[in-house]
Design a protein around this ligand. Structure first.
Ligand SMILES: [Zn+2]
Length: 113
């Protein structure tokens, strides 16, 4: 019984964390240096003068790879969103584990009866 309550409390705590996921993002933040395409720009002939860093969020939508330009002032927010995505997956697998444990504990309790 004690075990049951401990597991349920742990699960409750994990589920509460899910409410703070509003800015979650899936993907990878990539830094790129690019040529602007203007023929008279110094980046045209010399790799060292490519413009950047520019930031992009790479992600998949309906199995197709996509990228989204990210303004510099949004980088920290995007990084946090990506971290939260990883945390969300962690939480899900932990909650599933707890639920399996609960099934086991409840089963063995019933077996005694
Ligand atoms: Zn240029």
């Amino acid at each position: 019984m004690k075990q049951l309550n401990t597991l349920k409390k742990k699960r409750e705590k994990l589920l509460k964390e899910l409410c703070k996921m509003e800015n979650i993002l899936q993907g990878t933040l990539v830094e790129a240096y690019l040529k602007c395409g203007k023929r008279n720009c110094r980046c045209a002939d010399d790799e060292r003068f490519k413009h950047g860093p520019k930031f992009y969020l790479f992600y998949k939508e309906e199995k197709k790879p996509k990228m989204l330009y990210i303004r510099k002032e949004k980088i920290n927010e995007v990084r946090e969103g990506i971290r939260k995505y990883k945390r969300l997956k962690e939480i899900l697998s932990q909650v599933c584990k707890i639920n399996r444990e609960l099934l086991k504990v409840e089963r063995s309790k019933n077996d005694l009866n």
